[in-house]
Write a protein that binds this ligand. Structure first.
Ligand code: ATP
Ligand code: MG
Length: 614
């Protein structure tokens, strides 16, 4: 059965006891027609006396000033399983102390504050306190090694770093003298690791607990996020305070987030998802944010969903596939009756997982598509609409998507001054987004002379350069991802432009092939690449990992290849290899380019992100 034909209803099999909540986005077509970003700006408070728009005011202060002061804003479970809570009122005073501390240290607005922390309460205080001070918050994933850390600190012109004594000693001390601009290192934890650092808690205790947010032009730089590096060296995308309009609106529409919700986003704030939705959006909604310091653990995850009565759960396809390995019965052993909405991002979500969610939780998984550069969800499946398993869904209100063609020179095809947009309802092309949504990135830091530092700051994108400009053509942002649109306006991910395979005159999207292979009972994960071939140009080669209990053998290989041929015909892989595991970026994405380089006998290239230790 073609997957387009499968519809998973809107919570048709609602888990017993699940609260009935009216979706924020009712009738899609009508909302899309009437929506403007200006109206969404009106959902936020803005700084008093028209003094602008500041993310931390929307996320913290405006709630703390009102009836939500005593409401739990953040629930943290530490690695030992202990729970601690911060109310909106407490978050307000601790972030104000942090902002005062930055001022006392002499930090100028616009300078950058990096964090290298596990998911501890101090990370959230650092993020929001930095935004209050109108400095730029740049979170680093704590699994990075010294060299990647150094590169990012330099690119983002780091002035302050908040980390732990352990991470400082192991990852930062060896490179600190090669990051001359780094003026202050604040350590979370009582043991001070070196003379030239500051004990964060002691410094916060000395700082004043009230802070008035300075006037904040919405175009003031706010967040610096590094991409995952799936296609090459990670890029640092700079976002401005105005992005909060998109964080807030997309969380309402695409994640169906309500004020009364308990929300858990499993992404680390070191990746854009973990900040846009793992810090900012739930707080701008006045909801309760759940944070888990530990890594994936099947019992730990189900227990947290159960104990905290999580309503909205935002995670990744990889994590969901890991839960899937433990089966439906395992999921049903917990009381997940509070769970109302499940969403996923970061990698293609295969239909199997969507359907498994329906079986295990009585809820389908809603795919969402976006990038570090877009700052917020751009395409998604909505609570009020049927989910098409395997599809990324439809554009969020306010976002105009087109499928474009690129010319020989790699730029979008411009004919008579107009970008060549593929307009038929059913189409294939590169996903392009009409410029003008609030969370669009404003520069790549380190892109030629433009940096975050005082000299090179570029609020609003002025003075941006080559690499940034190359992403735009005629008012469109070119995303580098290829998709198909069906007759009803749903988008289907095909692959990244570089990964699309051209075989015997056909364009083959790796994701379609991988999805089919993953529906073979022995296959856990699959990754396909185009392997150069003298006759066909390229042939499809697959790399697969097996489910527990399955052993690689020639028979199994032939069986999987035959399975692929039956389902895919000419698109099927011609070659296949078993892998113990697929190479991944730190953020968990499959490193397709690495498999390809190895296949071609090329060096692994500039990996930048080292393989996990131990
Ligand atoms: P780099 O830009 O350094 O190569 P990256 O693109 O992986 O890294 P991110 O910005 O974190 O870094 O990821 C965005 C990309 O992830 C998208 O462009 C897309 O290729 C992929 N992606 C995100 N969500 C989805 C989704 N729902 N379905 C398919 N792919 C997705
Ligand atoms: Mg990218």
């Amino acid at each position: 059965m073609p997957l387009d034909a499968v519809r998973v209803g809107r919570g048709k099999v609602a888990p017993p006891g699940a609260a009935r909540v009216q979706p924020n986005l009712g009738e899609y077509e009508r909302v899309r027609r009437d929506f403007t970003w200006d109206s969404a700006r009106g959902w936020l408070a803005g700084l008093p006396d028209e003094r602008g728009l500041n993310i931390a005011h929307e996320a913290v202060d405006r709630h703390a000033e009102g009836p939500r002061a005593g409401k739990v804003a953040v629930v943290c479970r530490d690695r030992q399983g202990r729970i601690s809570e911060l109310t909106y009122g407490q978050l307000r005073s601790s972030t104000s102390r942090f902002a005062n501390l930055l001022r006392d240290l002499g930090l100028a607005p616009g300078e950058s504050v990096f964090s290298l922390l596990g998911r501890v309460p101090e990370l959230y205080v650092t993020a929001l306190g930095t935004l209050k001070h109108t400095s730029v918050f740049a979170p680093l994933f704590p699994g990075l090694g010294p060299e990647p850390i150094r590169q990012r600190l330099l690119l983002g012109d780091a002035r302050v770093l908040v980390t732990t004594p352990e991470l400082y000693k192991r990852e930062v001390a060896p490179i600190r003298d090669r990051v001359p601009g780094l003026a202050h290192v604040l350590l979370v934890g009582n043991r001070t690791a070196a003379g030239d650092t500051i004990d964060l808690h002691a410094a916060l205790a000395r700082a004043d607990e009230t802070f008035e947010i300075p006037p904040t032009d919405p175009r003031t730089p706010a967040l610096l996020h590094f991409t995952s590096g799936a296609t090459g060296r990670p890029k640092g995308a700079l976002h401005v305070h105005e992005a909060v309009v998109a964080h807030h609106a997309t969380a309402a529409y695409a994640l169906d987030l309500h004020e009364s919700d308990v929300f858990w986003c499993t992404a680390d704030p070191g990746w854009v998802t973990g900040t846009s939705y793992g810090i900012i959006a739930p707080l701008t909604h006045g909801a309760t944010l759940v944070v888990d310091a530990a890594d994936f653990d099947v019992h730990g995850w189900y227990e947290l969903l159960q104990e905290q009565r999580v309503n909205v759960f935002y995670t990744t396809p990889t994590a969901l596939r890991m839960l899937m390995r433990y089966g439906v019965d395992r999921a049903r052993a917990y009381d997940l009756s509070a769970l109302r909405f499940i969403a996923s991002v970061g990698e293609p979500l295969n239909a199997e997982v969507v359907l498994w969610g329906q079986e295990a939780f009585g809820r389908p998984v809603h795919d969402t598509w976006w990038q570090t550069e877009t700052g917020a969800i751009m395409i998604s499946n909505f609570a009020s609409m049927d989910v098409r398993p395997g599809s990324m869904g439809r554009p969020v209100p306010g976002v105009k998507v087109a499928l474009l063609e690129r010319g020989e020179d790699g730029r979008a095809l411009v004919i008579d001054g107009e970008v060549h947009e593929i307009r038929s309802p059913e189409a294939v092309g590169e996903i392009a987004l009409r410029q003008g949504w609030p969370s669009m990135f404003r520069s790549y830091v380190g892109d030629a002379e433009v940096g975050v530092g005082p000299a090179g700051r570029s609020p609003g994108g002025a003075g941006t350069t080559q690499r940034y400009d190359a992403c735009f053509a005629d008012g469109w942002y070119l995303t580098g991802d290829v998709a198909r649109r069906d007759n009803d306006g749903y988008y289907w991910f095909l692959g990244r432009t570089d990964d699309v395979i051209k075989s015997a005159g056909q364009l083959i999207g790796p994701f379609e092939v991988e999805s089919v292979l993953m529906s073979h009972p022995a296959v856990a994960e699959a990754c396909v690449i185009g392997k150069p071939d003298r006759v066909a140009g390229e042939i499809v080669k697959a790399f697969v990992t097996l489910r527990p209990g399955c052993e690689p053998s020639d028979d199994l290989r032939l069986d999987i290849l035959a399975f692929g041929r039956r389902a895919l015909g000419a698109l099927a892989p011609k070659e296949m290899a078993f892998e113990a595991q697929l190479p991944r970026t730190r953020s968990g994405k499959v490193l397709r380019r690495l498999l390809k380089a190895r296949e071609l006998g090329q060096p692994d290239g500039d990996l930048f992100i080292p393989q996990p230790r131990g």
